[in-house]
Design a protein around this ligand. Structure first.
Ligand SMILES: *[C@@H]1O[C@H](CO)[C@@H](O)[C@H](O)[C@H]1NC(C)=O
Ligand SMILES: *[C@@H]1O[C@H](CO)[C@@H](O)[C@H](O)[C@H]1NC(C)=O
Ligand SMILES: *[C@@H]1O[C@H](CO)[C@@H](O)[C@H](O)[C@H]1NC(C)=O
Ligand SMILES: *[C@@H]1O[C@H](CO)[C@@H](O)[C@H](O)[C@H]1NC(C)=O
Ligand SMILES: *[C@@H]1O[C@H](CO)[C@@H](O)[C@H](O)[C@H]1NC(C)=O
Ligand SMILES: *[C@@H]1O[C@H](CO)[C@@H](O)[C@H](O)[C@H]1NC(C)=O
Ligand SMILES: *[C@@H]1O[C@H](CO)[C@@H](O)[C@H](O)[C@H]1NC(C)=O
Ligand SMILES: *[C@@H]1O[C@H](CO)[C@@H](O)[C@H](O)[C@H]1NC(C)=O
Ligand SMILES: *[C@@H]1O[C@H](CO)[C@@H](O)[C@H](O)[C@H]1NC(C)=O
Ligand SMILES: *[C@@H]1O[C@H](CO)[C@@H](O)[C@H](O)[C@H]1NC(C)=O
Ligand SMILES: *[C@@H]1O[C@H](CO)[C@@H](O)[C@H](O)[C@H]1NC(C)=O
Ligand SMILES: *[C@@H]1O[C@H](CO)[C@@H](O)[C@H](O)[C@H]1NC(C)=O
Length: 425
């Protein structure tokens, strides 16, 4: 039985997650309370549409995922700039499960040895990565386990013309994690902005919580007629002077490394194309064993206290081809960049993407065809107590909720030739 205090805490959590927009209408149920509002159902593909000024997006309950994000480029052509599938029903059918645009949870990224210790007690959770004959359950846990939060249909609790809120109740013991967690995720579109607000509350036991958004970007809508990759996108991360060191299966070693100026991981001293250093041997193995590219958690080194909405951005991704520029603002202290080296042409583009009618361009996401940007906390911080991340990653009943906020601000920037290393094209 939930106590009145707990119900009120849940309500407060929901209130924190929900958009603060005057004149909004809600529809849905929270606890016992039914909130009446205008009811926009899903479209024929099972997707919910919201829109802001010069921006439109589709979301689905599966993983509380973004499935489409439309903007007009500098030529006035509409581009769908995120990876996803054509319809909501296919997300649970596709065997590859690329974590397409969803919310990895209850603990994003990797957990070493699928275990952690809280208050002296060791918890073993389900593994799902690096499966070998000796380790049939995997050597580690990625994105919350084989049935993590982005494998589930969330509950739609609110939907207005410019915002949508999903909720998930993750039961005690699911994937091996202790205690129930209740989460609300709200997405809001503004004037060429996409805001994310995630809250999660541990209602019964002390447990790790670390959420993220796992969106695949191609700012050309996969329609760049000169390249199928995103390697010509430029990336700038002005606060990313350090990164979390990982071993050859991408598990943190405990070390935090400096990103030396001019090195393959230097995206802080100036913008650089994602592919700028791909001919340097140092890039091989940079994202795990024999892997070329990036699958790396950079540290957002900002001097506290900081105003995350106005200081920053922590990252700028830009394609000179479409002119679309994305500035990422967030309250989170780490930022994972994955350059899609694992893509191998097995994921079909959506009908809203790609070059139609060009026969020599397959309608698939090719290797390096995208980049995943994940706002989050220090990966596997629960197994690195010396990093001091407990207040950001360990939560119990009565604690403040886990909170993640981010604002993705889009603009058009058709600068042809960029700064040093950004190249042309
Ligand atoms: C929910 O409804 C039940 C049964 O009507 C009631 O006992 C309980 O107090 C309600 N809870 C809240 C939070 O209103
Ligand atoms: C792109 O421009 C067209 C034509 O002006 C307009 O109808 C459409 O809504 C725009 N797309 C977005 C996402 O704003
Ligand atoms: C949903 O999309 C998938 C992948 O594009 C496609 O194979 C399938 O036929 C679609 N299903 C429906 C009902 O449209
Ligand atoms: C999740 O929702 C999709 C439709 O959006 C549906 O096809 C699928 O069966 C649902 N899965 C579960 C486990 O309820
Ligand atoms: C491509 O990647 C998918 C997903 O990881 C995998 O299932 C498939 O076997 C790969 N195909 C090839 C040819 O490597
Ligand atoms: C890894 O987890 C297993 C239980 O699944 C445990 O027996 C073992 O001691 C752990 N190893 C390390 C190095 O923590
Ligand atoms: C949107 O932002 C642009 C510039 O950033 C501004 O010129 C425009 O007036 C804004 N539109 C609305 C409806 O606020
Ligand atoms: C790509 O498209 C642009 C604009 O439509 C055109 O100017 C250019 O010639 C095309 N490039 C190739 C290689 O087809
Ligand atoms: C390393 O990867 C390359 C392709 O990227 C492949 O050709 C080569 O066989 C791999 N080497 C090993 C030792 O796995
Ligand atoms: C546009 O991109 C160029 C090249 O990276 C950069 O120097 C400039 O600051 C950007 N403009 C804006 C307004 O962000
Ligand atoms: C990486 O690329 C940048 C931009 O072209 C260049 O300045 C730098 O020297 C390169 N670093 C390495 C290690 O190749
Ligand atoms: C990608 O950028 C390089 C410079 O780094 C440039 O030489 C090349 O033409 C660009 N290619 C495309 C397709 O934009």
């Amino acid at each position: 039985m939930r106590t009145a205090a707990l119900a009120s805490a849940l309500w407060a959590t929901y209130a924190l997650a929900r958009p603060q927009v005057a004149g909004e209408f809600f529809t849905g149920t929270v606890g016992n309370t039914t909130i009446a509002g205008d009811n926009h159902g899903p479209d024929a593909n099972g997707k919910y549409v919201i829109y802001g000024e010069n921006i439109r997006a589709n979301f689905i309950p599966y993983g509380a995922s973004i499935s489409n994000l439309f903007l007009n480029d500098t030529s006035g052509v509409e581009r769908d700039i995120v990876g996803g599938f054509d319809n909501a029903s296919y997300y649970g059918v596709d065997k590859q499960h690329p974590h397409f645009g969803g919310v990895p949870g209850r603990y994003a990224n990797r957990i070493k040895n699928s275990s952690f210790v809280i208050d002296g007690e060791t918890y073993n959770i389900l593994g799902n990565e690096n499966i070998t004959p000796e380790h049939p359950n995997g050597l580690d846990t990625l994105h919350g386990g084989p049935g993590g939060w982005d494998w589930r249909n969330w509950t739609l609790v609110a939907h207005t013309h410019n915002s949508i809120t999903f909720s998930l109740t993750d039961p005690d013991g699911d994937q091996g994690f202790p205690g129930e967690v209740v989460s609300y995720v709200t997405y809001t579109l503004g004037n060429m902005t996409w805001d994310l607000r995630m809250v999660a509350i541990a209602t019964t036991k002390v447990t790790p919580i670390m959420l993220s958004s796992h969106t695949y970007w191609n700012l050309d809508g996969f329609a760049n007629n000169e390249t199928a990759t995103a390697l010509n996108h430029s990336l700038w991360m002005p606060y990313a002077g350090q990164r979390i060191d990982t071993d050859n299966i991408l598990i943190p070693t405990g070390d935090i490394l400096a990103n030396q100026p001019g090195s393959v991981n230097d995206f802080w001293s100036s913008p650089k194309q994602l592919g700028a250093n791909f001919s340097n041997p140092a890039i091989v193995g940079n994202c795990g064993y024999n892997c070329t590219g990036y699958d790396t958690a950079y540290v957002n080194n900002r001097q506290a206290p900081y105003d995350w909405r106005n200081e920053g951005p922590v990252a700028r991704l830009r394609s000179a081809w479409s002119g679309i520029q994305l500035d990422v603002y967030t309250d989170q202290d780490a930022f994972q960049v994955y350059s899609c080296g694992g893509q191998n042409g097995s994921v079909t583009l959506k009908g809203t993407q790609g070059l139609h009618g060009v026969e020599d361009r397959p309608r698939f996401i090719e290797q390096y065809g995208c980049v995943v940007l994940e706002v989050e906390d220090y990966i596997d911080g629960i197994n690195q107590p010396e990093w001091g991340r407990d207040k950001k990653q360990i939560f119990g009943p009565g604690d403040d909720p886990f909170v993640l906020q981010a604002s993705y601000k889009f603009s058009l920037n058709d600068t042809e030739v960029g700064l040093l290393g950004e190249g042309s094209g």
